[in-house]
Design a protein around this ligand. Structure first.
Ligand code: NAD
Ligand code: MG
Length: 391
């Protein structure tokens, strides 16, 4: 029986994970759940799964949940705050931590899980982007096991032999597939006035709002290049991006002998999550089975870096190293939030990220404190740029 701590339980990845836990009650037991502020969402989860412990970032949401659970006689203990989140991720009550908080807010708990030697199922790519070396070193030193559930990285992991190895043997390069998002084939001129609804309407995947916008700008693929580089220990030059609108080939590994191995499946996050939950076993995921004849064709093309400069900015941040990926990520989080709130246009996202990278001096990303300082400074600069109407 694996004992699960689910960080980001009320989100899109959280819900897919809960669906799998409910399908396999004999394999998994939900010990701890954590979320930002959705007390109604967490109350529903506590009613169904009766976890031992629930943690909120927000203290008011925690008070509301505590009162609600007490009224219903549900014995889940409720805590609040960033420190409680970190403690929950390292708590010996669970052996497996599903890291599915969105954004840099997930870094400290993910790092704590790594130091505590957990089996970590990583959805929270921003944690690895902000602090790749730090997190991978902590995984190694803590004796943790890091299993990717981002679909591309999970696909690559499935195409590599055996346990995760950095760098993997015999590999020439990795190919990350990108659906191209809702604006594939659009020009910069067409992208100028797009709405939040259009940007969040992903053609193949149903996801939280932040990653949906990241998919529309291709920043998501940029973050994934950085994620792949740290996860698999390969330089940016050996990680390629190819647009594949069907989202059926989830990524590929090209070997030195010319073999390409790919993982295919329907676009349902329960497949990578099921793989990582059960690894090295295989379990039912509930995902629709791929119908190859109905699919008929698979298309591949080069990404358009002029219309979608965020992918290039992310690759440059990886090359620059140090705090550059953390700066890129924090500027992007501020810009995406401003876009979602109607305070910034779609093309403004790349403009804010670019201008912020120009203004914030690079520093080291060797400690959690250094990364959090770079993150905080970047947010101040990026917010000021949004206020000043840049972009
Ligand atoms: P979401 O917005 O649907 O959910 C985010 C979760 O994080 C929620 O439970 C929210 O309460 C919690 N949260 C937010 N801020 C928090 C904070 N400060 N402290 C504690 N909890 C906080 O997002 P999502 O789509 O589920 O994505 C989660 C992560 O998984 C992201 O890093 C995303 O890039 C990654 N991911 C998602 C998908 C997908 O299909 N949704 C695919 C690949 C990777
Ligand atoms: Mg992905």
């Amino acid at each position: 029986m694996k004992r699960i701590c689910l960080l980001g339980a009320t989100g899109s990845i959280g819900r897919s994970t809960l669906d799998l836990l409910a399908r396999h009650p004999q394999r998994f037991c939900l010990e701890t759940v954590a979320a930002g502020r959705d007390d109604a969402g967490l109350a529903t989860i506590c009613r169904e799964f009766r976890p031992r412990h629930a943690v909120f970032a927000d203290a008011d949401a925690a008070s509301r949940l505590r009162a609600q659970l007490a009224a219903e006689g549900i014995p889940t203990r409720v805590d609040a705050g960033a420190e409680a989140l970190v403690a929950a991720a390292a708590d010996p009550d669970s052996d497996t931590v599903v890291a599915a908080i969105v954004g840099a807010a997930g870094l400290a708990p993910t790092l704590a899980a790594a130091r505590a030697g957990k089996r970590i199922l990583l959805a929270n790519k921003e944690a690895l982007v902000c602090a790749g070396e730090l997190l991978m070193t902590a995984v190694h030193a803590g004796g943790a096991l890091l299993l990717p559930i981002d679909s591309e990285h999970n696909a690559i992991f499935q195409c590599l032999p055996g346990a995760p190895e950095r760098p993997p043997r015999g590999v020439r390069q990795l190919w990350l597939t990108a659906s191209g998002g809702p604006f594939r084939g659009w020009t910069r001129a067409q992208l100028r006035g797009v709405s939040v609804e259009q940007a969040c309407a992903h053609p193949n995947w149903s996801m939280g709002p932040k990653i949906s916008v990241d998919s529309a700008t291709l920043m998501n693929k940029g973050l994934e290049v950085i994620e792949a580089s740290y996860l698999f220990g390969l330089p940016r030059t050996r990680i390629r991006v190819v647009v594949h609108p069907q989202s059926t080939v989830h990524s590929l590994v090209e070997y030195q002998d010319g073999s390409f191995l790919a993982q295919l499946g329907s676009a349902d996050m329960r497949i990578p999550i099921a793989h990582a939950l059960a690894w090295p076993d295989r379990i039912e995921s509930g995902a629709p089975v791929l119908d190859l004849c109905a699919l008929a064709r698979l298309d591949f093309s080069e990404p358009d870096l002029d219309a979608f400069p965020c992918l290039k900015l992310a690759c440059e941040a990886l090359d620059a190293g140090g705090s550059a990926p953390a700066i890129l990520n924090a500027a992007n989080e501020v810009a995406v939030a401003a876009f979602l709130n109607g305070r910034l246009g779609f093309l403004g996202i790349a403009a804010i990220v670019n201008e912020t990278l120009n203004r914030v001096a690079l520093s080291s990303a060797a400690s959690l404190e250094a990364v959090l300082a770079a993150d905080a400074q970047t947010r101040r600069v990026a917010r000021a740029l949004v206020e000043a109407g840049v972009g």
